[in-house]
Design a protein around this ligand. Structure first.
Ligand SMILES: [Zn+2]
Length: 450
């Protein structure tokens, strides 16, 4: 059976991930993401109203025109998890393919919300839920199967999809860390990866996310970030002024820890900001997390400002607002607070806890710098970097190669300079560039089996 890989997006940047795998006549697409930094750089862009071709020209969504060179029919579109760089282009591209979107329940729910917000295209692809650990048959040959292996990442319900073919398995390994003690959900299923590496024809190809390949050692568990957060919040338990926390809205495990520790230090947590309400509300509705029944979640500006007024009236020392804005996004809640645009008044010595790291990208770095400066001008003091990454460090990469023993490797999720550490790592394991280690660019086809 011919096996071919199309590297469509996310091979020259972090963002707009998209890869297609052809097994004979059947094609499966993994991820359809948005490159948010290409959107942020233009002020006031409303992607909901924009046409795909304009977004492609901006570099915001994958340029999927290479798909016309791939012979075969798309049978499934498979986003691996709910981060925007993996699902953000579905509302712009999926309607071009007569195929269902297949993903885990939390991811499907986020895709559904995104499609509902789309204003340019009518996206009518079926949305099919499949849980981690499950397998479905692809196409009519009866020999190609799609399996979801449970992985741990900075968002719940993440998987690595595996396409089983008669020539071996293609493992799409983007976005995970090896967490054996996650705060929500099951540990990464390394046992299954080891089995896949050893059964049948083994692993034909492994597509891997190189984000942290330059970092030595191991990515800590979410439990480590949770204990770090506990340490910080408990240490300011006796502070009688304002404490504000921010984190990734989609990081439900982290939000859960913040909510619990707020209660521990005698403050009422409240989630503020549109995406805080969206992700936490969705996770709670789907039973991934059990928040206290009186936990307030407010997204609309009016209800947020009403909540801030109540906090000011009843005393800041009674509350822990958990807000959007960890990257200093101009329209997010924390940035509005920093600019003095909300009824919440910051005083000298108030604490702002960033349970996040600045995403190393110039737009974020600039915006975050500005937000922190503005907070500082109001007298607030910052606790920074209370976070662990969602991506594998070097030891995790070694462990994956050992488990899977892939015949071919395709590094992804970086630009050329970001690949170098992973290339060195693979070469130290006996792989060779141009032979079985394929460093590539957006818009290329790699034929693995003729
Ligand atoms: Zn991710």
């Amino acid at each position: 059976m011919e096996i071919e890989i199309a590297t469509i997006g996310g091979y020259e940047e972090v963002g707009r991930q998209m890869t297609a795998v052809r097994a004979g006549d059947d094609v499966v697409i993994f991820d359809m993401g948005l490159n948010l930094s290409q959107v942020l750089i233009h002020d006031n862009v409303e992607t909901e109203r924009m046409h795909s071709l304009d977004l492609i020209d901006m570099g915001a969504i994958p340029d999927d025109r290479v798909m016309s060179d791939l012979e075969g029919d798309v049978k499934a579109i498979v986003p691996t998890h709910g981060h925007l760089d993996h699902i953000g282009a579905i509302s712009k591209l999926a309607h071009r393919y007569d195929a269902p979107v297949v993903a885990t329940p939390f991811t499907i729910e986020l895709v559904k919300q995104q499609i509902e917000g789309e204003q340019k295209f009518g996206v009518e692809n079926d949305l099919v839920k499949m849980e981690a650990g499950e397998t479905m048959s692809i196409g009519d040959s009866g020999t190609v199967d799609l399996e979801f292996v449970n992985v741990t990442h900075s968002i719940i319900d993440a998987i690595n999809p595996v396409l089983h073919t008669p020539e071996g398995a293609v493992v799409y390994g983007l976005d995970k860390r090896m967490d054996h003690t996650p705060v929500i959900g099951d540990p990464i299923d390394m046992e299954r990866f080891r089995e896949i590496g050893r059964e049948g024809n083994g692993v034909l190809c492994y597509i891997e996310d190189c984000t942290n390949a330059n970092k030595k050692g191991r990515t800590p568990s979410e439990t480590v970030a949770r204990e770090h957060l506990r340490d910080v919040l408990y240490s300011i338990e006796d502070y009688d002024g304002g404490i504000v926390a921010t984190t990734f809205s989609s990081h439900i495990a982290r939000v859960k820890s913040l909510v619990e520790f707020a209660d521990d230090i005698g403050r009422q947590p409240v989630l503020l900001g549109r995406s805080m309400e969206k992700y936490s509300g969705t996770a709670e509705r789907l039973d991934f997390v059990d928040f206290p029944s009186d936990l307030g979640m407010f997204g609309h500006r009016k209800s947020v400002d009403r909540t801030f007024k109540r906090i000011m009236n009843e005393g800041k020392e009674n509350y822990l607002p958990i807000v959007t804005g960890h990257q200093g996004e101009p329209r997010a809640m924390l940035t509005r607070m920093a600019r003095g645009e909300t009824p919440y008044e910051l005083d000298d010595g108030d604490k702002v806890v960033f349970s996040a790291r600045v995403i190393p990208e110039p737009t974020n770095e600039g915006q975050r710098y500005q937000a922190e400066k503005l907070l500082g001008m109001q007298g607030a003091r910052v606790y920074d970097d209370i976070h662990v990454s969602g991506h594998l460090n070097q030891e995790g990469h070694y462990e994956m190669l050992d488990a899977l023993q892939p015949q071919h490797i395709i590094p992804a999720h970086q630009d050329m300079s970001g690949y170098s550490s992973y290339v060195n790592l693979c070469e130290s394991e006996g792989y060779k560039m141009g032979r079985d280690l394929h460093v590539t660019r957006n818009g290329n086809l790699i034929q693995l089996v003729d």
